[in-house]
Design a protein around this ligand. Structure first.
Ligand code: SF4
Length: 298
């Protein structure tokens, strides 16, 4: 069984052509700007939108004491609550929703197989994303083999912050790796993501030596890496990889603000300014001079 938080059909930005993107839950990093904060916890997450709550009280009964009211405000003990299946469809106004479900390989396959004709026509396929998909490598590898044996192209979006053995287990099935490179300063990387940069860089080296196609993905985040020396250093790193022909810049936006509020999480980057696409043109130009195909994504 695999922990999944979304399966998005007709996705156009995750690896070429029309694709179905499967978003897996659970991530070893906790990037302060993360656009998918509901993906970080490997277990189901409770999202609560106070504005839509009509106080029907159904969640209080189903919440086994972990959802309660005090001073007219609803509280959720997210640390201890486990009755997710009882809560899944309990709220008539959808103010309280459960994000994420455990799915079998067969259930995921039946979703991704729906658009096989579109994949063939458009040069698309299936993309695995997250969270960090390779955190579920043992069962994921079986899913990917099944998809591959149906002749479907597979792209994998990854933070590369995972033991190499987990990536290696799935390596044979993946055609293109969309690999994040967030920063090249170990201290800054650790401070903003909680991660270990050496692990990411070792995995870049291993991946490059494996001969797999790599697309380097750079989230451009003000206050973290949005400066000429930092972005040039990242571009230089990408240009020196043997198997990375393309670099993608992903401009920061704060659209995830509401999701953080609904998850009861603090959003440290919530008031940070958005990055406009035109601000990244000089970096795309620099990357192209270095021999890379450069794209600025939405
Ligand atoms: S690696 Fe991606 S999914 Fe994980 S915390 Fe960072 S931005 Fe979010």
């Amino acid at each position: 069984m695999l922990s999944v938080f979304n399966i998005q059909r007709y996705s156009l930005y995750d690896g070429g052509g029309v694709r179905t993107t499967v978003f897996f839950k659970g991530c070893p990093l906790h990037c302060q700007w993360c656009n998918n904060p509901e993906s970080i916890d490997p277990f189901p997450s409770i999202m609560f939108d106070e504005r839509s709550c009509h106080a029907f009280g159904d969640c209080l009964k189903a919440g086994e004491g972990y959802i309660f009211q005090s001073d007219g405000v609803l509280h959720i003990d997210r640390e201890h609550i486990t009755c997710f299946s009882r809560l899944r469809d309990i709220c008539p106004s959808k103010a309280l929703q459960i994000c994420g479900r455990i799915m079998s390989i067969e259930e995921i396959l039946s979703e991704v197989m729906k658009d096989v004709p579109f994949y063939s026509m458009s040069g698309g396929g299936v993309t695995i994303s997250g969270g960090e998909p390779f955190a579920q490598d043992h069962i994921l590898s079986t899913l990917l083999s099944e998809i591959k044996s149906a002749g479907i192209h597979i792209s994998a979006e990854t933070s590369l912050h995972i033991p190499w053995a987990s990536i290696e287990r799935c390596l044979g099935s993946v055609d293109v790796f969309l690999a994040d490179l967030k920063h090249l300063n170990a201290e800054k990387f650790q401070r903003f993501t909680g991660g270990n940069l050496d692990l990411v860089l070792d995995n870049f080296k291993n991946l490059d030596n494996s001969g797999k196609t790599i697309v380097v993905r750079v989230p451009v985040i003000p206050g973290f890496n949005f400066s000429e020396p930092e972005l040039f250093q990242i571009i230089d790193f990408a240009a020196n990889l043997k198997n990375a022909a393309e670099i993608n810049f992903i401009p920061f936006h704060s659209l995830a603000k509401e999701k953080y509020a609904m998850l009861g999480k603090e959003y440290i980057f919530g008031n940070q300014r958005n990055v406009e696409k035109h601000e990244l043109l000089p970096y795309a130009g620099y990357a192209e001079k270095k021999g890379l195909i450069a794209k600025i994504l939405n």
